[in-house]
Design a protein around this ligand. Structure first.
Ligand code: SF4
Ligand code: SF4
Length: 238
């Protein structure tokens, strides 16, 4: 069992899954759904189509995943690791979780099967699913980076919708190379959670025990944003 400071989220569904779920969403309704998600706190959506190998590795039978990405509060991220910080992070997680249930209800109401994946279920890694979206990479500091930011938490909905705009290629692969030239997180980490070769040492990282976010606050992807770092990387490579 992994240690977590988040508490389980109560069940907020108000609508049952349809008996005969639809499998095709229109562009208009997907746009409307995305707009509602963004208006209700989320930075954007990503989509993962899970392949047979992945499903068999994790012993799951989900096919289509909608990833709801929310920006964690900058004010909380700036706090020193503490019990108070962990409580605030959990409160934010609970608040956003309730909104994720409401979004699943909107899909159910419109004829789609939609189940929120329990983010505290140790049988499956949400990060592993996030990587299946081809819309994210893991940085040197072991953070899951999407274009919308490094400070993202996420919830996921498993759905009957087959025609989501799944990506087949990952445009963020260059980030690994950029990380190999940067190393700010190694210099700033108060726990020295990296080995001599700059490899992340999970056991020493206190992000999930005490809410450390020092490396996020100093990371160029957080300070400058994805597009600016990408431009800088392109100039470096000329
Ligand atoms: S601080 Fe630098 S090396 Fe560390 S994750 Fe961010 S970009 Fe990568
Ligand atoms: S201990 Fe803090 S600074 Fe070091 S890797 Fe973990 S989250 Fe980043």
């Amino acid at each position: 069992m992994r240690f977590r400071y988040h508490q389980p989220i109560p069940n907020f569904y108000e609508i049952e899954n349809p008996h005969h779920p639809q499998t095709t969403i229109t562009d208009d309704f997907l746009k409307e759904f995305t707009d509602i998600a963004v208006a209700s706190r989320f930075a954007g959506l990503s989509y993962a189509k899970l392949g047979d190998e992945f499903k068999s590795e994790w012993e799951i039978d989900w096919d289509n995943i909608i990833i709801l990405k929310y920006p964690m509060s900058e004010e909380i991220l700036r706090m020193e690791p503490s019990r108070e910080k962990c409580i605030l992070m959990d409160e934010e997680f609970q608040e956003v979780g309730a909104k994720a249930f409401a979004l699943a209800d909107i899909l159910r109401e419109n004829g789609f099967k939609a189940d929120l994946i329990n983010p505290l279920d140790d049988r499956v890694s949400l990060r592993a699913i996030a990587l299946q979206s081809n819309d994210a990479v893991i940085t040197r500091s072991n953070m899951c980076l999407f274009k919308e930011g490094l400070n993202l938490g996420f919830f996921m909905i498993e759905t009957s919708i087959e025609n989501l705009p799944f990506k087949t290629e990952n445009e963020l692969e260059w980030v690994r190379d950029y990380c190999s030239t940067c190393g700010v997180c190694i210099d700033r980490c108060p726990e020295k959670a990296f080995d001599d070769e700059g490899k992340f040492l999970r056991k020493l990282c206190t992000a999930h025990r005490e809410g450390c976010s020092v490396c996020i606050n100093f990371c160029p992807f957080y300070k400058r944003g994805y597009e600016k770092v990408k431009k800088r990387y392109s100039r470096m490579k000329k």
